[in-house]
Ligand binder design. Sequence first.
Ligand SMILES: [Ca+2]
Length: 375
Amino acid sequence: MRFNWSCVFVVLMITNLPHDLCAQLSQRQKDSLAACHVPLPSKRGFVKANLTQKNSIKSSMVQGMKKIPAGIFDMGAHDEKGRTDEYPVHRVAVKSFWMDETEVTNAQFAAFVAATAYVTTAEKAISWEELKKQVPAGTPRPPDSLLAPSSLVFVPTTGPVNLMDYSQWWQFVRGADWRHPEGPQSSIVGKENHPVVQVSWDDAQAYARWAGKRLPTEAEWEWAARGGLKNLEFPWGSEPIESGVFKANTWQGKFPYKDEAKDGYVHTTAPVKQFAANGFGLYDIAGNVWEWCFDNYRHDYYATLKKKGTLVLNPKGPMNSYDPDEPGIPKKVMRGGSFLCNDSYCASYRSSARMKSSPDSGLMHTGFRCVKDVN
Ligand SMILES: [Ca+2]
């Protein structure tokens, strides 16, 4: 590229015009000389513009989020209805943070996938190299059909079954993934405003990083779910779920074979924001879909914290995971219950209810929401 030195000379002349010379020029002449009417930047104006720009970025990054206040609360079940891992109650403090007011939707997850070409866990074959680390030595390699891309789909039974045997209503379905939550014949067309499901903990982490957010700790989640209420059973208070207005998308009737769907949604997701928000403005914090939290799961973690005997600031979970139901399989915490929850079965829409699954599991009733630190 060749420079036109005559142009450079003219520009230098103009930008060095003294102010009094400008005053002597006609308006037409002034209009032709940019140096006379374009203001120079000022340091204070520069700083102010940058601050404004940063504030507008901050405000767009917390769009759709609620600011959860800092607080101290007694974490765990406050009545006899909890499962063993919800005890003992222990005192926890959390700082203020931002939290998504809804579960992450299919539309939001689709934007992430479109921007990054991300492939979810359910869309990939199971790695035998990874799986064999979690099974007894010498376990033979399963057939390819069992390692093929697949995910867990709820299939109602035809009648009453032993509620301890979840294999009767959960099936690994080949081709089930976030775009096909119930299997290859299903789709999310028209469900853009439903929570994304069939996403693993790893997928949720990837989305959160992309969005400039993170997954909530279990303590943050429970504090947020309680919505400012003290020691009450549900995010809405103490009223039983089937009294008064419908409070969440759950299961009515006999689990796992007869969902009367009085709330309008038959063992499937509801669009977000169909039920009243809790005291902190969070929708569907109970029911609809389970929500992944950051923490490793241990059944005895609360007992460990209680033994310390001090106020714990935002515990981030144990260093390792242990679930006596499936020793040897590391798991992450899930919270909030889902459209499959029912008083006669799990009642996991209680604020203290805990659930767990391996970080590579996608399920038809599991999604997530994100949080962001307050700076
Ligand atoms: Ca329902």
